[in-house]
Design a protein around this ligand. Structure first.
Ligand code: ATP
Length: 139
């Protein structure tokens, strides 16, 4: 079965939405293999968001992701990569469908960076890369 890397971003922790989001992941039937709350270092975020380096929102994104603790989750299940992206909804919360995490729970953000509660790997390749970054011991 497939594995993916999910992050509960600092806005999810600040807004006490960890339980609500975890409930949705578990209710869908995905297994949580590992879960760890931590302060992401600049170094780790630079690796994680390497593809966005140089974009206008890169600095604000790294600042936002280091503005408080994040919860890193290693999840497993049939089709979990696409399945969690579907649970999360569109990147922009105003466009995210009702029923999705972002559609139901996220609404506004500051002008520099979209605060959208969660991250999920977008392909098998990025899942493998991101799991190695956040859970190196799980390789
Ligand atoms: P994630 O990778 O967090 O699951 P995503 O794949 O939907 O989200 P990406 O395009 O990989 O989105 O962007 C990573 C993150 O950067 C987004 O989740 C959002 O927080 C922020 N972001 C993306 N595009 C913009 C933008 N145009 N303006 C501001 N912030 C953005």
């Amino acid at each position: 079965t497939e594995r993916t890397l999910i992050l509960l971003k600092p806005d999810a922790v600040r807004r006490s939405l960890r339980g609500e989001i975890l409930r949705r992941i578990e209710a869908k039937g995905y297994s949580i293999l590992a879960l760890d709350q931590r302060e992401a270092t600049q170094e780790l975020l630079a690796q994680h968001y390497a593809e966005h380096e140089g974009k206008p929102f890169y600095g604000p994104l790294v600042d936002f992701m280091s503005s408080g603790p994040v919860v890193a989750i290693l999840a497993e299940g049939e089709g979990v990569i696409a399945g969690f992206r579907s649970l999360a909804g569109a990147t922009n919360p105003t466009q995210a469908a009702p029923g999705s995490i972002r559609g139901d729970l996220a609404r506004e953000w500051d002008t520099a960076v979209i605060q959208n509660l969660v991250h999920g790997s977008d392909s098998e390749e990025s899942a493998a890369r991101e799991i190695a970054i956040w859970f190196p011991e799980q390789g």
